[in-house]
Every structure is written in structure tokens, then in C-alpha cells.
Design a protein around this ligand. Structure first.
Ligand code: SAM
Ligand code: SF4
Ligand code: SF4
Length: 369
């Protein structure tokens, strides 16, 4: 298997200048991408995220009053945009379970960057409610969706979601999103060795030429409940090798700095990228650290700001909101928090220097992907 050499940030090449006045973190990374979790609840129990044994009937989800209201989220989002954010992704838990989430989409769609442009506004969903909700989300101003789908085979998919949810309903959701114009649609498949790896090729064949960008995600050691083991990770390099043995691929250049997925295009008979066949992505969060350009912050359902998926603590913005802080005070707090950031967990893990697992407690379902 090909091993990846992980360059440390200190050795990395200089990056383009960032507009004056926008905060940079300790590693000179701008704040570009905000992921907002709108609920910590979900109707699936994917074993890598919300295993049933932990997220059972008695699990203490956040009470309604603890959740940021749509007004609070929209106010924070506006202040984040003033600090450089250009992309907002709604996530969860399952974001489509949050009542009237379309109203939040409407508020976020109305935001503009300092130079008057709309944001890149997207949402990640398990697709279970998408057939019903796609048209309303589009009408509210959502640009596109990413749908999580871990297999095409119904039995494998039901096992992955662990609530016996049928794959056809998710496929109908993807069709509805396409019909509503919520594209380009991305489909994320978490690959667990020995569990759904046999679905890699069928998934690729199904989405090849459909306009949907399929992305394979390495199973990550996020949170403290999924019993993660390295031997269940199928490295992205192996996914690419398996695919290209059947469906030849060519490497494509990244479209944006900080992009998490490595892009591969389907090749034509001459070995060139065939745009009609489309592309796939691999997200090697475990074997290929991409902290160097990480420009993502995460806002939890209750208004805690996390600077890394593997952070053990957040920064409480809700108490500023509810304590009557002015916009200027909150904007200063956001800038200060970002300027103090030095997180690069995946890179440290790659170098064998990650913090002990017991120091990391944040669950993916709480903070969003
Ligand atoms: N419920 C929505 C969904 O599944 O798309 C949004 C939230 S979910 C936490 C966001 C993404 O995180 C999903 O694509 C999911 O597959 C991914 N994810 C969750 N746990 C993961 C893990 N341990 N490793 C890799 N990806 C994970
Ligand atoms: Fe729910 Fe998404 Fe987590 Fe699966 S990955 S349990 S759908 S939040
Ligand atoms: Fe960003 Fe943290 Fe992931 Fe590195 S480990 S890419 S810093 S979220």
C-alpha cells in the first residue's frame, strides 16, 4: 500500500495574501468556512457516529432552550462573514429534523460578503427527508446539498444506518434535490473496512456520468463513542487504486485552497479527463492530513465555537449573545478566538504526536461534519 508523506506546516510553501483586516490564525490560516450544527438529534444511528448503545432512548440531548434560535444563528453568521467566512454549511445531527430549518436558510441566503456577494450556502443531510424538503429548501435560497450514503445495496445500507432505513428513499431524495436545482450534488460515503468496502465500485458505477460527485471518506477517530480502530480504516489511496483498476482515473487540480477532497476525474480512452463521466473525490482525513490549509470553524447547536473537529473544548458564544454583547464585542471575540488557533490534530496524529484519546470528547453528531 502506498504510504503518504505528511509535510509539517512549518515546511509548507507560502500561501496567497489574505485581505487586510481579516483575522489569520497562529498558522496564518484565514477563516473561510463555517459549519453550523442546528440539532444534535438524528433519525439514523450510523455506528461510526451515533452508535445505538450510546445514543439510546435515555440519551440526554440538548433541551430546546439551549439551542441557538434562528435569529441568534443568523446574527452570528453575519458577524462571521465580516471576519472572512464565505461558505456556510448547515449540519447536525440531522439538520432536516430541525423544525422550519427553511426559515434559517432564508436568513442566511440574505447575507452578503463585504464586497456584496452571496455566500456559498450548503447543507449536509442523510437524505431521509430530502424528497419532501428539497423544493422548499431551494425556494428558501439553499444552493446545494451533500448527501451521506454509505452503500447502494439495501441490506448494507440498512446495516450502516442501523435503523433499517431503505436506500431507495435516499436515492429518491437525491433525485428530488437534483430536480429542485440543488446542485452540484455531492454524495459522501464513509468507508469502513470489512463493513461496506464492497460498495465502493457499485457506488462509483451508479453515480458515474450522473453529475453527482461521489466522495469517499476515511472512517475517522472523531468523538469517543464509536470504538474506532485503525484496522477499520480503508486508506483513500487504496480506494483510488481499487477504482482505477476498473474505471481509469486521472488526478485533477484542487478547485479551492483548503479543499478537503483530493479530486480524480474519470478518464476517456485517450487517458484524459472525460467531463461527461464526471469525477470522484477522496477525503483522506486519517492517512493524508490536510490541516495546513484548514480554514473551517464549527458552531455547535448550543453556540459553542470549535476550531477543530478534534477539539476537546469550545468557546461559548451563546453567553455573549444572551448577555447583551454588542456586535462589535462579539466580532472582536470571534477574531480573537481565531487568532489564537493553532489546531492541527490530523497532522500531529500522522506524525505520531496526537493528544491522548480521552482528552477528546466532542461527538460528530454534536459538532457536525
Ligand atoms: N446527518 C447528516 C449526514 O449524515 O450527512 C449531517 C451530519 S453528519 C455528522 C456529517 C458527516 O459526517 C456525514 O457525511 C457522516 O458520514 C460524517 N461522519 C460522521 N462520523 C464520521 C466518522 N467517524 N468518520 C468519518 N465521517 C464521519
Ligand atoms: Fe446521523 Fe449523520 Fe451521524 Fe449518521 S452520520 S448518525 S445520519 S448525524
Ligand atoms: Fe482542520 Fe482539525 Fe481536521 Fe486538521 S484535524 S483539518 S485542523 S479540523
Amino acid at each position: 500500500m502506498r504510504r503518504h508523506v505528511i509535510p509539517l506546516i512549518a515546511e509548507a510553501a507560502p500561501r496567497p495574501a489574505w485581505p487586510a483586516g481579516m483575522p489569520l490564525d497562529q498558522l496564518q490560516r484565514p477563516l473561510r468556512d463555517l459549519r453550523i450544527s442546528v440539532t444534535d438529534r438524528c433519525n439514523f444511528r450510523c455506528s461510526y457516529c451515533m452508535p445505538k448503545e450510546v445514543f439510546g432512548k435515555d440519551y440526554p440531548y440538548l433541551p430546546h432552550g439551549a439551542l441557538l434560535s434562528f435569529e441568534e444563528i443568523a446574527r452570528l453568521a453575519r458577524l462571521f462573514v465580516a471576519q472572512g467566512v464565505r461558505k456556510i454549511r448547515l449540519t447536525g445531527g440531522e439538520p432536516l429534523l430541525r423544525k422550519n430549518v427553511e426559515h434559517l436558510v432564508e436568513k442566511l441566503a440574505a447575507l452578503r460578503t463585504p464586497d456584496g456577494r452571496p455566500l456559498d450556502l450548503t447543507l449536509t443531510t442523510n437524505g431521509s427527508l430530502l424528497a419532501r424538503k428539497a423544493a422548499g429548501l431551494k425556494a428558501a435560497g439553499l444552493h446545494r446539498v451533500t448527501v451521506s450514503l454509505d452503500g447502494l445495496d439495501d441490506a448494507v445500507f440498512r446495516r450502516m444506518n442501523d435503523v433499517d432505513f431503505p436506500v431507495d428513499d435516499v436515492l429518491r431524495g437525491i433525485d428530488a434535490a437534483r430536480a429542485a436545482g440543488l446542485g452540484p450534488i455531492k454524495v459522501n460515503m464513509v468507508v469502513k473496512r470489512g463493513v461496506n468496502e464492497q460498495q465502493i465500485l457499485p457506488m462509483a458505477r451508479h453515480f458515474r456520468g450522473s453529475g453527482v460527485v461521489l466522495r469517499f471518506i476515511e472512517y475517522m477517530d472523531v468523538g469517543a463513542t464509536n470504538g474506532w480502530r485503525m484496522d477499520e480504516v480503508l486508506p483513500s489511496a487504496e480506494v483510488v487504486a481499487r477504482l482505477s483498476a476498473e474505471l481509469p482515473l486521472v488526478a485533477l487540480a484542487p478547485t479551492a485552497p483548503g479543499e478537503t477532497a483530493e479530486r480524480w476525474g474519470y478518464a476517456d480512452a485517450a487517458g484524459r479527463h472525460d467531463p461527461a463521466a464526471g469525477e470522484i473525490g477522496v477525503i483522506g482525513s486519517v492517512t493524508q492530513a490536510f490541516c495546513r490549509d484548514c480554514n473551517r470553524a464549527r458552531l455547535s447547536t448550543e453556540g459553542q465555537l470549535y476550531l477543530c473537529l478534534f477539539a476537546s473544548r469550545g468557546h461559548d458564544l451563546r453567553s455573549l449573545l444572551r448577555g447583551g454583547a454588542t456586535d462589535a464585542r462579539i466580532a472582536d471575540a470571534i477574531a480573537g478566538i481565531w487568532q489564537g488557533r493553532s489546531d492541527r490534530y490530523s497532522e500531529l496524529r500522522g506524525a505520531g504526536a496526537a493528544p491522548a484519546p480521552q482528552a477528546r470528547r466532542i461527538e460528530m453528531s454534536y459538532i457536525g461534519g
